[in-house]
Design a protein around this ligand. Structure first.
Ligand SMILES: Nc1ncnc2c1ncn2[C@@H]1O[C@H](COP(=O)(O)OP(=O)(O)O)[C@@H](O)[C@H]1O
Ligand SMILES: [Mg+2]
Length: 474
């Protein structure tokens, strides 16, 4: 009896919202692809340590001819020395476990994004609240294990995930983030979970969002536009190469890695990203942000990866003109313009070569719109400027256009309240403490108004997030 209840308790403790019902020890899988990590370690078996060469293909550890180990969503516990140094790893799933020792730091760094860890209060100290969104809260954290390295935690409250679609959406975001590793992305580092919360620990991006720069009426010359946009097209080409589209590229979802370096723009917010498929049906099919989404998405056509090229084209247009391509006093007309992809190019005052690039990205017919890879060899990026196209910059742009309310950061008193709440929650496991703090903070959160096309308005009717279903334009 005692043993059974202990086992049940342990299973409850290690249950996860990301549950995929897979076992730790599995039959060998054919065609796993390339080896992504290998090394020689000490494996504990029946109380004895045995030296063994192991190799990983993504989250599958090729253990022997007859056995593979699937660490996806396994609980990962650390064996620590008295000096708080990692000497071993324990992977636990479906009532079974495996222990691995001997210089496991690299293995830990490799495996942790596929697993789930449990003891966040011992690993991280909260240093500030970065952003308080409707779906997730962002905290800045300092690692207690890795010489005070700074990370960002995207925190979801599990109690808000009541429907199957919501849970599938969260699983999809994590699945996509686990597939990615790129310098222009805030990469996923590891995942923690407790009874109430799930924490996605990501690389910290210290700079502004592109939206923030636009709100500050930052002007960009064409060489700066090139510097910002080339890495973004490269990043999206990497996504597309891996058959993934972002589907919500907009200035709010572009953030710079360093505050004083505009050469390193990064893509954030993969909550609407998915793997492209032939049948054109997704967990969320008609999704994105009005003003940036490709017309074929609004028109319910079977779209392809180059919907992201369109969104990048809208950003190019904004950077070049300081205006939104679908600007209109009437909201419904803006949506209609976006729906039809009706862009007034007579307003664009920039070099012919940049204008040509913007036109190509904003091509309504997506079957002729270039791919990201093709865009990267456009003369604007490849520096091969045809003689016929003169490089004249008429920089008589007005500094109006893109204005929106700043995202409000909470004052330090509020930060403290949330930090205390999280810390006490992680230890006391009080189900209501975080929720009540969150509710009180929610009241103080200023609604973000987005440029020209008010996306917060569109959220209810035309904008689909993971939690709101769209309504047809008809
Ligand atoms: N890696 C990061 N580093 C620093 N701040 C971040 C990071 N990721 C997100 N943020 C902050 O959180 C905000 C919202 O992030 P996002 O992923 O777009 O979530 P949402 O789903 O609420 O739009 C960003 O505008 C930024 O201020
Ligand atoms: Mg966002």
């Amino acid at each position: 009896m005692i043993n059974i209840s202990k086992l049940i308790k342990q299973r409850q403790q290690y249950s996860t919202i990301l549950e995929d019902n897979s076992k730790l020890f599995i039959k060998p899988i054919d065609e796993l692809g390339d080896v992504t990590f290998r090394g020689e370690f000490l494996i504990e078996k029946n109380g004895k340590l045995k030296k063994k060469q192991i190799q990983f293909q993504q989250h599958i550890l090729v253990y022997s001819k007859n056995k593979h180990i699937n660490i996806l969503n396994a609980t990962l516990l650390l064996h620590l020395t008295n000096l708080n140094e990692i000497e071993g790893l324990k992977f636990i799933k479906s009532g079974t476990s495996i222990d691995i020792y001997n210089n496991v730091i690299e293995l830990y760094n490799y495996a942790r994004k596929y697993c789930i860890q449990r003891d966040i209060p011992e690993r991280y100290k909260i240093t500030s609240t970065l952003y308080y969104g409707s779906n997730a809260t962002f905290l800045q954290l300092e690692s207690t294990l890795q010489h005070k390295a700074v990370y960002v935690a995207k925190i979801y409250e599990k109690q808000n995930y009541t429907t199957q679609d919501q849970v599938s959406g969260l699983k999809k975001e994590v699945q996509i983030l686990r597939q990615l590793n790129h310098s222009q992305i805030s990469n996923l580092v590891e995942i923690y979970e407790n009874d109430e919360l799930i924490f996605l620990i990501m690389e910290e991006l210290k700079g502004e969002t592109l939206q923030g720069l636009l709100e500050n009426s930052q002007e960009f010359n064409e060489s700066q536009i090139k510097q910002i946009m080339r890495p973004l097209f490269e990043c999206v080409a990497y996504l597309h190469n891996n058959n993934i589209f972002h589907r919500d590229i907009k200035p709010q979802n572009i953030k710079f890695r360093q505050s004083d370096d505009y050469l390193q723009p990064c893509l954030i917010d993969f909550s609407l990203a998915d793997n492209w498929n032939k049948n054109g049906r997704y967990l969320f099919t008609r999704c994105g942000s009005v003003g940036y989404v490709a017309p074929e998405v609004l028109q319910d056509k079977k779209y392809i990866l180059n919907i992201d090229v369109y969104s990048l084209g809208v950003i190019l247009y904004i950077l070049a003109t300081k205006k939104h391509p679908f600007e209109d006093a009437e909201h419904s007309k803006k949506i209609l313009k976006n729906y039809n992809g009706k862009v007034d190019f007579t307003q664009v005052q920039c070099s012919q070569i940049l204008l040509d690039l913007i036109r190509k990205c904003l091509e309504v017919d997506f079957t002729t719109r270039p791919s990201c890879k093709e865009i990267l060899s456009h003369p604007f990026f490849s520096n091969r400027i045809p003689k016929l196209l003169s490089f004249k910059i008429k920089d008589q742009r007005k500094s109006t256009g893109i204005k929106s309310a700043r995202i409000i950061h909470f004052n330090s008193a509020n930060n403290l309240a949330l930090e205390e709440s999280m810390n006490s929650l992680s230890q006391s496991k009080s189900p209501s403490s975080f929720g009540s703090q969150r509710r009180s903070l929610k009241l103080q959160k200023q609604k973000t108004v987005f440029p020209e096309i008010n996306i917060s308005q569109s959220k209810s009717k035309y904008f689909q997030t993971r939690y709101t279903q769209y309504e047809s334009l008809n």
